[in-house]
Design a protein around this ligand. Structure first.
Ligand SMILES: *[C@@H]1O[C@H](CO)[C@@H](O)[C@H](O)[C@H]1NC(C)=O
Length: 297
């Protein structure tokens, strides 16, 4: 059977359309539209669309968002320190301020050459953390950039790696468990030395002869409800948690993982989870209340 080819004019229309769409998708904000260095500006390297942070035995470095946000999605593409990264921690996290702060953490724990990174996630609510989970990755995070995202709405906090959910912290306020929902959070990235605990339980120390350790960042995206620093917290909460569902992350389909994502999460947990505080009976003789092992679809 002969396949008829589209006329050239159609192809042209298609390519113009494709260009417009792909331009829109790839034109993510520049670093300095969203972020500013927080410390050690002399440990930054700015290279076009990329920002690199250096860790040496004088200092690490970090950057933070210019404003805070309440609900939404934050994504950053990171290429982690290659080669010997033992003792180093590269972190991507969101945090509010104060003693009763909330925090969502991705911490990438370095390793000796050829040994796998661990990704530790944690959730602080009202100043209390101790909710560590650790997983290894299904790719080498030092070879290429990969995207890491935090999706936050009134029903769940989802940690994603290349859009695959690796952890969900579900709102269980109905069971009396506090959920972070009224403190605007900043977005932060940093690299520092943590060789007292990070690598193989602290047994492997940072080898400073391999410094500087360099992590690279690009693809800065924050699609979230903005809370200018001048705005009072209750005003922000009112604006960003309206029940009108005007934000895409509040739409009904965003309130739970979809079936495909639920399967992805099960796959990650079955194949890549190496530690879960929920099942650490030596630390928690009584299982923490938010740990619910019945997996809801
Ligand atoms: C480092 O590699 C060792 C050996 O493969 C592994 O047990 C450990 O979980 C890896 N990651 C860290 C951060 O220690």
């Amino acid at each position: 059977m002969a396949v008829s080819l589209p006329p050239l004019s159609m192809l042209f229309v298609f390519f113009v359309f494709y260009e417009v769409v792909s331009f829109r998708i790839t034109s993510t904000p520049r670093f300095d539209e969203l972020f500013q260095p927080s410390w050690a500006l002399d440990h930054f390297i700015f290279e076009g669309e990329q920002v690199k942070l250096k860790l040496d035995n004088y200092s690490g470095a970090g950057f933070g968002s210019k404003i805070k946000y309440l609900f939404g999605k934050t994504t950053i593409r990171i290429k982690l320190v290659g080669g010997d990264s033992a003792g180093t921690v590269t972190a991507f996290y969101m945090s509010s301020d104060g003693a009763n702060h909330n925090e969502f953490d991705f911490e990438f724990l370095g390793n000796t050459t050829g040994e796998p990174y661990l990704v530790q996630t944690n959730v602080y609510v009202n100043g209390v953390g101790n909710r560590e989970q650790r997983l290894n990755l299904w790719f080498d995070p030092t070879k290429d950039f990969h995207s890491y995202s935090i999706l936050w709405n009134q029903r769940q906090v989802v940690f994603l790696v290349d859009e695959t959910p690796v952890r969900v912290f579900t709102n269980k306020e109905k069971q009396g468990i506090p959920f972070p929902k009224d403190q605007p959070m900043g977005v932060y990235n940093s690299i520092w030395n943590a060789d007292d605990w990070a690598t193989q339980g602290g047994r492997v120390k940072t080898n400073w002869t391999h410094a500087p350790f360099v992590a690279s960042y690009t693809g800065f995206e924050i699609d979230a409800c903005e809370c200018p620093l001048s705005m009072a917290a209750d005003e922000s909460a009112r604006r960003c948690s309206s029940s009108e569902k005007k934000y895409w992350w509040d739409q009904p389909v965003m309130l739970d993982l979809n079936p495909h994502q639920s399967h992805q999460l099960l796959w990650v947990r079955a194949n890549h989870l190496v530690y879960d505080y929920c099942t650490d009976a030596s630390r928690f003789p009584v299982t923490p209340p938010e740990c619910d092992h019945r997996h809801h679809p």
